[in-house]
Design a protein around this ligand. Sequence first.
Ligand code: ATP
Ligand code: MG
Length: 174
Amino acid sequence: MQIKRLRLSGFKSFVDAADLRIEPGLTGIVGPNGCGKSNLLEALRWTMGETSARSLRGAGMQDVIFAGTATRPAREFAEVSMLIEDAAATEIEIVRRIERGAGSAYRIDGRDVRAKDVALLFADAATGAHSPALVSQGRISAVISAKPTERRAMLEEAAGIAGLHVRRKDAEQK
Ligand code: ATP
Ligand code: MG
């Protein structure tokens, strides 16, 4: 699976619409402190279904919406669109949107879907909001100081077993 494009609007510091094409190979994001590098990675995780505001460095999920600056008013919504290409070379667009005072809404290829559908889309891939491929700032020290059970969960994710747990839970509810 490959991420081909990321479009952000009103997400954290990305108040103006940003459109990033991600070419195959290595992509580097460079810039001064506070320019939004970590916000970009958080936008990826958020779109893939992250439910923990704290892991997005916010107190509540609404904190991902542009909060305004001295010169610009706050925004009323945040939206991120992620275009991926799956193993069969099919393009899939995932959109997550949050409005002030309302929860998150998800779309896959323009259709309204549940958060669970997005989680299942990524369940088998080494991607998703908790992908071991996304290592946020400070996470390395968290791995080192983790309790054995926490470290086991991290290893399960890295081994791709976590997706099976999602599917098992889904099956048990049916
Ligand atoms: P560093 O090099 O220090 O790691 P960085 O490039 O990773 O920096 P980020 O942490 O992505 O920077 O961006 C931080 C900036 O995003 C801060 O200026 C912060 O005020 C801004 N920011 C975060 N959330 C919001 C929000 N909801 N509204 C407006 N700005 C926000
Ligand atoms: Mg950073």
